[in-house]
Write a protein that binds this ligand. Sequence first.
Ligand SMILES: [Zn+2]
Length: 352
Amino acid sequence: MRKSLKIIHTPGMALAAGGASRFPGEARGLARFLTGEMSTDTGAFTFEGREALLEIVAALDEIINCRMPDRTISVLKGAQVGLTTLAIGFALYCVIVHRLNVGYFLPDQDFADRFDQTRVRPALRRENIASIMREGRYKGASPKGLKEFPGRGGSRFLYVLGLKDIGNAISIPLDVLVRDEVDDLPPDNLKWSNDRIDASPLALTLNLAVGRTPGAGIHAMYEAGDRRRWHVRCPTCRTESVPEEYWPGILRACALACPECGGALKGGAGRWVAARANRRHRSYRLSQLSVGAIRLDRIAAKWAAARLPSEKARFRCSALAIPDAGDTQPISLELLRSLRDAAPYRLAEAPA
Ligand SMILES: [Zn+2]
């Protein structure tokens, strides 16, 4: 009983239950919001060729709709799989439709400053979202990166912030945390971001990144969750396989072939299977091979061009979503941590 009272009185949640869908773009669900409101480089956002994203979208929607508390979804992803567009759409959906306060955290402030112009605005299909979003003002918060959405029951906020520069501290309590490409951040900064949602009864976190360091960052988050992998069933022999685990042997003449019988596989036609139970933390490994929208001949060409061990390692990280430290393998996590702590060193983001 006490818990439900608390939910009713928490800022950012008050309108969520009754007044949820007053946005003119009208969205009953996240999937519809994404296809209706979001754009990609090639036109309107679609799940065609991105079927693997549907379960992630459904899981996010269920958490928001049922107000499941303290949930985390982590996606260890390949590059260009469409997940950042999904995450931006999800952040806007939370703010606009569910009237929640959202923090969208990126590696650093430069990245965050460019993000609005290069990723958020181009991702909007229609004017109506842009027209209700304004530069935000909130007591004690820097206006930089703060998007305000006025509406019934007061404004809600989307805060786009670089996580390395937490001098830019905020007082806005958040309900939802999105951490995008934050694979190599000092643990203190991650903890700081976690603290932002402490006051929320929802406290949902979405982590997404290309993994670069085995055992650390997004890979560690994936391991901590229920470890979902995309299983593709062979139409010929009915064997299920996880394509990225058979690379490059699974590639035959620019097509995926069943490791068991050699029959043709469709990478996008699969299902997610969790390796273990973890009710609070779902984790997905989303390789480019699971995304039909990414052409297999291009993936194969990148593999063919990768000759050095470091290039092959980069391919495994960005295409297969299997983190590989390559040439830096002898460098341990401990060493990385001590380098981080020893001023004036600063670790830069590795290129995507
Ligand atoms: Zn087969």
